[in-house]
Design a protein around this ligand. Sequence first.
Ligand code: DCP
Ligand code: MG
Length: 355
Amino acid sequence: MRSWKNREVAGGRVIVHLDLDCFYAQVEALRNPDLKSKPFGVQQKSLVVTCNYEARKFGIGKLMSVREAKEKCPQLVLVKGEDLTPYREMSYKVTELLEEFCPLVERLGLDENFLDITELVGKRLRNDNSQIRVCGHVYNEQGINYRDPRHIQLILGSQVAQEFRDSLKSRLGLTGCAGIAPSKLLAKLVSGTFKPDQQTLLLPEKIRELLRGLENVGKVPGIGHRTTQRLESLGIRNLRDLQDFPMDLLEKEFGSSTARKLRNLSLGKDNSQIIPWRPPQSFSDEDSFPKCSSEAEAKEKLRELLPNLLSRISKDGRRPHTLRLTIRRFSRENGNRRESRQCPIPSHLIPKFGK
Ligand code: DCP
Ligand code: MG
């Protein structure tokens, strides 16, 4: 731990990538704490989509067949995980909690979030003259230069990431891994270095090493399955190959814009911004009807509108709490007159929503 007096603020960004540990399994263990001490997996059809770390000790991996998993660990407990509702609900709680700290949160899938904490770190640099220390691991144990403002900025980022993880644990009972780095790409690549329930800070001097250590280009976020296949057909397997591959040949295969993007990814250059995610606050559907004047006709029209609305609510996963009905009456004298009524959705109906 060092006291820190140099208030110079470095120019780069501080990005955190947070990935929850064995996500579906953690949610299941919160619903049924008896599971916690046992090796267990979450089953969808004939696959174990994920399992707790107790089960991973037996060599069970994500997306393994139930048959193989049972062979590896006959006492494995299996929990049905086809209904995604509890996972979605927890996923939104996580994002909402993170948004309390920082507005720049981007969701990726159900259990990952990126945060741009540059501002937050900047404020601490300006206001807080307290001791600073790295929280968690530093990638490849790189030594810290306490006179380098960029190091200081990223170290403060590691403290903030630790606070996120502490809050997730104390308030939601969840553990996860974090990567702290200058870009989304690098934060995601470094976050799983130590698992579970740990975090890793990547300092600029080790970026090249991290990238060169990736054995497969397909591991890079932004390089999908088909691109990986095309790269492999050119003899490019890892990022070292991609960094060294002649640019003109890469352009010939992919066109200049994609080639440049690939080359930049291979060098760890990623300026992509956090795209904050906001769920819609309401779902609605409407239509106009030339003839609808009796209650029976109105009910019939509502029945026609509802399936689409319900399917969108179901996909969203959250449970709606209020129902509002608006009608517009056509009148030659007054034009369209709107009238609305709303009421809470009765609690016994709520479980029927949100899948
Ligand atoms: N998942 C799924 N099907 C896939 C991949 C994932 O159903 N093909 C689900 C199960 C996971 C969750 O998504 O719990 C998150 O995926 P991760 O890859 O982050 O895996 P975990 O969080 O389970 O494990 P880890 O601790 O390795 O992050
Ligand atoms: Mg995860």
